[in-house]
Design a protein around this ligand. Structure first.
Ligand code: ADP
Ligand code: TZD
Ligand code: MG
Length: 878
């Protein structure tokens, strides 16, 4: 065994003691009165820098708190403790008294050698050239005073002053930089040493006392900035305001951080290193200094200094904004409040479009529609708990509809939330969001913001798109980090929705199935509209000659008057087709699950399905040829496989369809001419059908029951993604949110046709539409209620029936209240004219279209989904 020379570790050595020493020295090394920034100690950062876990750090911080060196503030963090002005002045007086007594004792007890050493030390500190290296002198100054206490020979005097020592050292460290105090200090010290050597007790104690009292007077006169502002006099208050103003000039964002009670030790260190390296007065100057500077010619240089300092830092707010912008997300749909108000402001200041709503649900719907229209996740921004919950409906709806969206919510303090201690807007948002969206993430540290946003974007866009929740705790926003490192931490998501190719075998299988078809049918869903592969779809439809049915939001992918559209013969084709190819459409309730009466004889159909989500296959019926991949890749390969000599469907099949179509269209045409007053659905929608035909660029938004179902079949759409509606859930309330997003994202005009009930869900957002002066024309189909306005209270009581509203409500006047156009339209002429004028002018408009309250049917066209009550049926019969 080699002879190792190891010293035994002393029995009482512990890692905690060691850490305590290290942290204590670190804190003492910081110029705590050099600036008024909160000096926050970041537990995690300390742990990683010192290479230990957070538990010992926490214990050591608790010990430092007992020493009065740091303060642990719940919800805010750990801060290096600063005294108030009053406390500082009291401390200096106490020190003066004790050191003065010590000086008296030194004249009695100190040996000549001790005094000689003190003199040498004092001289050494000044240096031979008599020039004063101020930062070194600052330490020497502190040691000088400590030595006098030591030489007094009175142990209690020494230990009593030790309690004050750390704060006094910090105070002296700042003051020594001010005015000409360093050189005055040198001459004071020499006089004191002279008196001590002369053993003149009275003179020595007087000199020492007055020396320290001059520090007291200096502080009282000159210092104004303390973060801990209790005990301030009126003039202090006034000065503080002034100081704040000065601070604001060079450091708006750091001031904000101080307000939020957040800052990091990194900040303090960077201030410190700056003042050390330049050997100049510390960053934050007294009022007098600043005033003088402002009148001085080098004012610009001084300002530049401070600006440079701030510009090396960034914070959580900016990192979020930068990360979004880097990924080409330039709009936020938002409702402000703690803790995200400034995030909205900063986003706007940084050139993003920030659209503020009156309720988070509508900001959320807007974001989801932005995602649908652009293939980039739409971003909604909300406050904690209630705001988050308000936004959550929209996030769940986006996920259900396969729209990419990110809901960013501020959240409260994790420590308090997890202990359920009743924080402001306390809620475990991440846990609640998880089951309701595609993915949910939380970011705790500024350096992870880039990754957090990247993960959110990728989760939202890749594979089957959906809603993603991103939890950003309040603390995160004001965390600071080096700007350059911050920039490097951002992630640009490359190819967020990578192509997914089906296997060649799957393509062959699909083509083989298609070849067997005598009566093929294609169903195109909103997944296809979302995919933005419009040309490939057109090619496939026209090359294959297969009749197609567009789902409601896929209308316009091919113009609704396309000869192969079988929309007007829907019942026939669903019943008769033998092979059905689904493109971005699920066999859910909207397609009667692919089975039952609607679909004709059972087992008579074979399905080919193109979808990016493998688990969608066989969800309701057997899929004979699953094509799992993205629509673009699948259709490209299919188009290729069709070759140049594809056998189009027989005239038999297309002829039957066309005959049915023209019969139905004819029947409809006469109804659409209805001039009834009050208007019926057909008459009113016939007029809207013509408006869209004349203005095919207008995006149609549609919600309601009868208002939805009739409009879907009556109004033709001519361009892809020009119809937005209630989607997979049949959700009411998307009207205004969707309209805002459609107008904002495309710059096009929007026509929103909404039932009076549907409108009410987001009615207040007409103020939003007016505020941003968006080219949105809302037509409220006002039939005094849900489905119809005719229900009666069967008891004869005062309450109206549950489905009925105030008769003849003046929704048009609501619009006028916000400066928009409000029109009351009782017939199709007035309605058509008002809408055309609105589209031409681009002014926010609401047309209150008076619809016959008897015209609608229960639940529009899905009354069959209503559960039936046998008791009600019996009553109706009798
Ligand atoms: P609709 O309601 O119009 O019938 P659905 O919302 O039911 O449409 O279906 C849309 C489908 O499209 C979803 O199953 C989704 O996975 C799929 N989808 C979305 N984007 C793509 C894409 N780029 N490629 C393939 N499938 C997609
Ligand atoms: N709440 C939500 C969020 N979504 C819903 N779909 C419903 C409630 C239930 N509901 C419908 O399904 S349609 C509808 C409601 C309340 C309103 C229908 O009335 P309307 O349309 O005035 O909008 P019509 O023209 O009177 O039928
Ligand atoms: Mg209604």
């Amino acid at each position: 065994m080699s002879d190792m020379k190891l010293k035994p570790i002393s029995n009482d050595f512990t890692i905690k003691d060691h850490l305590y020493g290290v942290l204590r020295d670190h804190i003492l090394g910081i110029d705590i009165y050099g600036s008024d920034e909160d000096l926050r100690l970041d537990e995690r950062q300390l742990a990683s820098q010192l290479g230990v876990s957070r538990t010992p750090i926490r214990e050591v911080l608790a010990r430092l708190a007992q020493d009065g060196l740091v303060e642990i503030i719940p919800r805010k963090g750990v801060f290096i403790h600063r005294k108030t002005m009053t406390e500082i002045l009291d401390m200096v007086i106490t020190w003066a008294a004790l050191e003065s007594m010590a000086a008296r004792l030194v004249t009695i007890h100190a040996s000549d050698d001790d005094l000689l050493l003190l003199r040498r030390f004092a001289q050494g500190a000044v240096g031979e050239s008599n020039s004063i290296p101020i930062s070194e002198y600052s330490d020497a100054n502190v040691t000088f005073h400590q030595t006098i206490l030591e030489l007094s020979g009175c142990a209690l005097l020494k230990t009593t002053t030790d309690q004050l020592f750390m704060q006094m050292a910090a105070i002296r460290r700042r003051a020594i930089h001010e005015d000409d105090r360093a050189s005055k200090s040198v001459s004071d010290h020499m006089q004191i040493i002279d008196a001590l050597e002369a053993r003149n007790a009275d003179l020595a104690s007087n000199l020492v006392r007055e020396h320290t009292m001059r520090l007291h007077d200096h502080i009282k006169l000159r210092w104004t900035v303390f973060s801990n502002s209790e005990n301030k006099t009126e003039s202090d208050e006034h000065e503080h305001e002034h100081e704040n103003h000065i601070v604001t000039e060079f450091s708006k964002s750091t001031q904000d951080k101080a307000n939020a009670g957040e800052d990091s030790v990194a900040m303090a260190q960077s201030d410190l290193s700056m003042s050390q390296s330049t050997n100049e007065t510390p960053n934050l100057k007294t009022i007098k200094d600043t005033k003088e500077e402002h009148s001085m010619s080098d004012q610009a240089a001084a300002n530049q200094d401070t600006e440079t300092d701030v510009s090396t830092l960034t914070d959580g707010f900016h990192l979020v904004v930068d990360a979004l912008k880097l990924n080409d997300i330039n709009t936020i749909y938002n409702v402000p409040g703690i803790p995200i108000t400034d995030l909205g402001r900063i986003a706007q200041a940084e050139g993003m479009r920030v659209i503020s709503f009156r309720h988070e649900q509508h900001a959320g719907y807007a974001a989801s529609i932005a995602g649908y229209l652009t293939k980039k996740p739409g971003v909604a921004l909300t406050v904690s708990a209630p705001g988050f919950l308000n936004g959550l409906t929209a996030l769940a709806n986006a996920t259900t509809n396969c729209f990419p969206m990110i809901l960013i919510s501020g959240s409260s303090e994790r420590e308090i939330v997890d202990l359920q201690q009743g924080d402001y807007e306390e809620m475990d948002q991440l846990a609640i969001a998880k089951p309701l969206c595609k993915a949910a993430f939380r970011v705790l540290h500024a350096e992870d913001i880039g990754i957090g946003i990247a993960r959110a974007i990728r989760a939202a866009c890749s594979g089957r798109p959906g809603g993603v929740y991103l939890d950003l705790p309040a603390q995160l926003f004001s965390q600071v980090m080096d700007a350059e490192k911050g920039k490097q931490s951002l992630v640009k998501v490359i190819d967020p929705a990578p192509a997914q190719l089906p296997s060649p075998a799957a393509i062959t299988r699909a083509v083989d199935v298609l070849k067997t078809a005598k009566k093929p049918l294609m169903i195109i869903g909103k997944g296809a509209a979302y995919a933005q592969e419009d040309e490939l779809i057109k090619t496939f439809v026209e090359k294959s000659g297969i009749p197609y049915l567009p789902m409601s939001m896929a209308k316009g992918l091919l113009p609704d008057d396309h000869p192969q559209s079988a929309a007007a013969a829907r019942s026939l084709v669903l019943k008769e087709a033998d092979v059905v190819i689904l493109v971005g459409a699920r066999l859910n309730w909207l397609l009667s699950h692919g089975k039952g009466k609607t679909w004709g004889a059972s087992g008579a159909k074979r399905f080919i399905q193109i979808d990016i989500e493998p688990r969608e296959m066989d969800s309701n019926v057997e899929i004979a040829a699953p094509l799992v991949g993205d629509i673009g890749s699948c259709l490209e390969l299919l188009n290729e496989a069709l070759g140049s000599s594809w056998q189009k469907p027989s005239d038999d099949w297309t002829g039957t369809i066309n005959a049915k179509k023209s019969g139905n269209l004819e029947k409809m045409a006469s109804k659409l001419m209805s001039n009834a007053v009050p208007m019926d659905y057909h008459g009113a929608l016939g007029s809207m059908r013509q408006v869209i035909k004349d203005n095919p660029d207008v995006i149609l938004v549609n919600e309601g029951a009868n208002t939805l179902d009739f409009a879907r079949s009556i109004i033709d759409i001519y361009k892809p993604r020009h119809r937005i509606d209630v989607g997979t859930w049949g959700i009411m309330g998307i009207g205004q949110g969707a309209s805002v997003a459609a107008a904002v994202e495309t710059g096009k005009s929007v026509l929103a046709i909404e039932g009076d009930s549907a409108f009410g869900f987001s009615g207040m957002e007409i103020e939003t539409i007016c505020r941003y002066n968006l080219p949105v024309c809302i037509v409220v189909f006002n039939n005094n209620g849900i489905y119809r306005g005719t229900d009666k209270n069967p008891t004869g009581g005062d309450d109206v029936a549950p489905t009925v509203f105030v008769k003849d409500s003046r929704y048009d006047m609501m619009m006028q209240a916000f400066g928009g156009e409000g029109v009351y339209a009782t017939n199709t002429d007035e309605l058509g004219r008002a809408v055309r004028e609105a589209l031409a002018s681009g002014k926010p408009t609401l047309v209150n279209a008076i619809i016959d309250e008897n015209a609608g049917t229960e639940s529009g066209r899905i009354g069959n989904l209503n559960p039936q009550s046998i008791v009600m049926q019996n009553k109706a019969k009798s």
